[in-house]
Ligand binder design. Sequence first.
Ligand SMILES: Nc1ncnc2c1ncn2[C@@H]1O[C@H](COP(=O)(O)OP(=O)(O)O)[C@@H](O)[C@H]1O
Ligand SMILES: [Mg+2]
Length: 306
Amino acid sequence: MDIKISNLEKIYPNGNRALKDINLTIESGMFGLLGPNGAGKTTLMRILVTLLKASKGEILVDGQNLQTHRKEIRALLGYLPQDFSLFSKLTTFEFLEYCASLAGMHHSRERKKAVADMLERVGLYEVRTRQANKLSGGMKRRLGIAQALIGTPKIVIVDEPTTGLDPEERIRFRNLLAELGQKEMIIILSTHIVGDISSTCTNMALLLDGSVAFQGPPQQLLEQARGHVWKINALDQDLENLKNRYPVISTIPGQGGYDVEIVADQISDYKAKAIEPNLEHAYVYFVEQAAKTQAHHAFNINRANS
Ligand SMILES: Nc1ncnc2c1ncn2[C@@H]1O[C@H](COP(=O)(O)OP(=O)(O)O)[C@@H](O)[C@H]1O
Ligand SMILES: [Mg+2]
């Protein structure tokens, strides 16, 4: 099972270029789509689930063209939209059973069993008779996840599924997806939170301003930041200056001042020690690099125009 995205572009009717020449290959397992707000994650996901048309480019799902095989490919999909909300007066059980019918589960007894099992897995079995729109925020999220997973889809696309979950629920949710990811399924998870990517994703892409800034295993993203992350022991009076000059990631009060973590190609004016990067550092490093490239372009364009 794989998804091949080539030269994908999306320009909204108002002229917003949300996706710029996206090339991605997504294979079985858990795939993390990381990027700040406005990067284009939702746009890409809506195109993948056939709710939105691309302006250019091609998507192949197991070799089948998404444009010409919409119906077949849709039948393989489970989707949790970013703005998933529940107005249903149905009970939790009835709601999920309805979703299961839509997903093609027509055998009543099997369907009821699958719904009960799924409610058990997401921890909603106890509230199965409660009206779905009266569930708590976290419970609604979990029901959203359940509706994306019911009917054994081959491809699961979840858009910022951890928003509004407390830390405990986040972990539980990540484990649930990771468990599914082992079953020859493709799971695409978008997030603006680096911590959601972690070790559970076999592969990832970093989307910045509509372009893929990185794709590969998270470990590789981290490698690329090596040698660019620094720790400085700074005095109180240095802090302001440091923050003005460099992207400061963290400031921890230590002996005789602060331990300041900074991402930069090099540091000349302070005594700095290179440290082992983590995913958060790597993310900031890439965002900074992209911002610099853009500033550089803008500078050249301004120069060309003057
Ligand atoms: N319907 C729309 N019309 C015009 N521009 C849009 C529309 N939806 C999103 N955009 C723009 O496209 C870009 C990407 O948005 P989106 O895909 O929602 O990013 P993300 O999900 O990563 O936050 C943003 O600049 C956003 O303002
Ligand atoms: Mg979004």
